[in-house]
Design a protein around this ligand. Structure first.
Ligand SMILES: NC(=O)c1ccc[n+]([C@@H]2O[C@H](COP(=O)([O-])OP(=O)(O)OC[C@H]3O[C@@H](n4cnc5c(N)ncnc54)[C@H](OP(=O)(O)O)[C@@H]3O)[C@@H](O)[C@H]2O)c1
Length: 245
């Protein structure tokens, strides 16, 4: 496969780390964003700038999301691809098992990508997302935690694996579908305790249980990939690195 690797969502949590990883490996890459300077400027919803962003790209790693209109954005992206351009879509473990509206969108995008012979890479929840959740919960006098397990993964691990997958796709490997999970499956209560410890806070912890299929899906572990616990960076490693940065 010739040409550069185009990364959509290159300014995002994962995209930023992925761009660094590709650069460090000497893999020619171009980031795409609606506004960041030094990147190909394009909007997946309007299609503005998209043809120019895709020009000369062999592989496209699709890591852009706005949480609401991802099917439309994917349709626009797939419609603009040339037949020889391969799409590697970043999805989430369990989009087919947990009926969260966001996951349903991602599942619909997976179907579109698969129908076009693209690759799908599903990761578990990023440490950054868990951190946002923990920090928001710790603002209250009682720290409510969702009463289920998580398998948080570090964007550095995800980026390393995505870069390796990209390299093999560029070398002619067949389309891939794989799950990539963090190193440990742990109750959120335990993960929140780790957060409190690192930040020297004390809070009583209380379980949060919600009715409905989505919560049941999480309780049943639909978002976990225990057989693909391939990440190396633990939650405590992430918290330590973050506190020291
Ligand atoms: N967060 C998690 O825990 C998690 C776990 C597994 C998988 N994932 C998946 O991994 C991917 C990356 O997630 P993330 O957390 O890194 O996302 P993020 O931080 O929210 O970044 C998403 C990026 O998408 C770009 N974007 C949004 N709308 C766009 C549009 N209309 N046109 C072009 N670009 C647009 C934005 O770039 P600009 O504002 O610069 O245009 C933004 O930086 C997503 O597909 C997500 O579903 C996330």
């Amino acid at each position: 496969m010739d040409g550069v690797t185009l990364v959509t969502g290159a300014t995002g949590k994962l995209g930023r780390v992925l761009m660094r990883e590709l650069e460090e490996r000497g893999l020619p890459a171009r980031g795409m964003s609606r506004s960041a300077s030094g990147m190909a400027r394009a909007d997946l919803l309007t299609g503005e700038g998209l043809a120019a962003a895709l020009d000369g790209a062999g592989l496209v790693i699709h890591a852009a999301t706005d949480g609401r209109r991802d099917v439309r954005a994917a349709e626009r992206l797939l419609g603009a691809l040339k037949p020889e351009q391969h799409l590697l879509y970043v999805s989430i473990v369990g989009v087919d098992r947990v009926p969260l509206p966001y996951y349903r969108q991602k599942l619909a995008v997976e179907h579109l990508v698969r129908a076009r012979g693209g690759s799908i890479f599903r990761a578990t929840q990023f440490h950054d997302l868990l951190f946002t959740l923990a920090r928001a919960s710790a603002r209250l006098p009682v720290m409510f935690y969702p009463a289920f397990d998580l398998q948080p993964v570090d964007t550095r691990d995800v980026a390393r694996r995505l870069a390796a997958v990209s390299a093999s796709l560029r070398n002619g490997a067949a389309p891939v579908e794989e799950d990539f999970g963090g190193p440990e499956v742990r109750p959120v209560k335990d993960l929140f305790r780790g957060f409190l410890q690192v930040y020297g806070k004390r809070r009583p912890l209380a379980p949060l249980r919600l009715p409905g299929k989505t919560f049941r899906g999480y309780r049943a572990g639909g978002h976990l990939a225990p057989n693909h616990a391939l990440g190396t960076v633990t939650w405590e490693d992430y918290l330590r690195d973050r506190a020291e940065a």
